[in-house]
Design a protein around this ligand. Sequence first.
Ligand code: ADP
Ligand code: MG
Length: 374
Amino acid sequence: MTIELKNIGKSYDGNSWTLNGITTEIESGEFFAIVGPSGCGKSTLLRMIAGLISISEGEIEIDGKDVTNLPPQDRNLTMVFQNYALFPFLSVRDNVAFGLKEHKMDAEEIKRRVDEALDMVNLTEYGDRKPRDLSGGQRQRVAVARAIASDAEICLMDEPLSNLDAQLRGKMRSEIRMLQQKLGLTMIYVTHDQVEAMTMADRIMVLHDSKIQQIGTPLEIYNHPANTFVAEFFGTPRMNLLEATYDARLNKLVVDESLEFDCEDGMDRDDYIVGVRPSGFSVEKAAGRSNARVVNAEYLGNMSIVELELDGGDEIRVTVDDDMNHDWMINQRMLVKPQGIFYIFDKTGKLFAKGGSSNGTSRSEEEFVATAAR
Ligand code: ADP
Ligand code: MG
């Protein structure tokens, strides 16, 4: 089941656009995440795809058929929302089986699907309970089980894990992903959590400012962020963004007197923003030379996150691997140098080029994504 969004727009008040110009095609069997900060229109877009709210502009096609004006039940999809709705008088089993009975599936098949779905969400023992006898997290898992058990080929989920504790969230992430693959579901999954999007999705759509900022695989988004918004949104700690001036004579981008970045090609303007991930700096106690002071340090066991103030006034966050030196002292003088890759954005925030080399000592980007997926 492919889903095609053609220039979708939504205005709630007839004056301003909550969403504007949303165009993309979601492939059959794809896990497609919609991610962005709270209030950017994620739920609005999902509800339009579901048919729960009207579209102000544009068209939606499912498998080549225009469904823009069809009601939800005619769109071959199932949904899990933040505010899940269970039937209070039905048992957990019957809640999960509800959609299946409506579809006149035979009893054996229904039992098999319900058992499997309850097992998947760790609720096998709770099948005979009523929703009121469950915790909030358990109720949410019933809602997920209902979507899983359904025979709809498209599944829409709106932050389904946001009420669960961290441990269960991690487990449910991988189980939803496994299930989606096993059943070949086309999944549209809304989240504000960049790690969730990174670890679960085949492709990610980043929404902000009522527009699509970028669509790409997790690696593409992380390695080639289209702009400073996307660059800062993905990755923890956040990417550092530093204003820099291009010095054509030196062929360098200059942040301040003691922090410069080598450019490979000539640049065509004077002002840029240099983006550096926290692993993209080396920090050392250097005899004599220094260009920054330690403002704060958090020791995390395998690495430290160190905040430094550059002599030019900018503050940066740097991750320092291993236990090399965790007796960071506030106000200690340090020498900060670029290592590995950095990003060059133009003044409007658009990605202009990537600089540096990836075979430095910084943790590679591929490795970051692999680590996040574990
Ligand atoms: P998200 O899910 O990304 O947090 P929403 O889609 O819920 O964002 O909301 C996007 C914007 O639309 C917000 O500014 C919100 O206040 C507004 N909005 C959402 N629903 C309605 C509504 N029914 N009427 C008017 N404005 C709404
Ligand atoms: Mg929402």
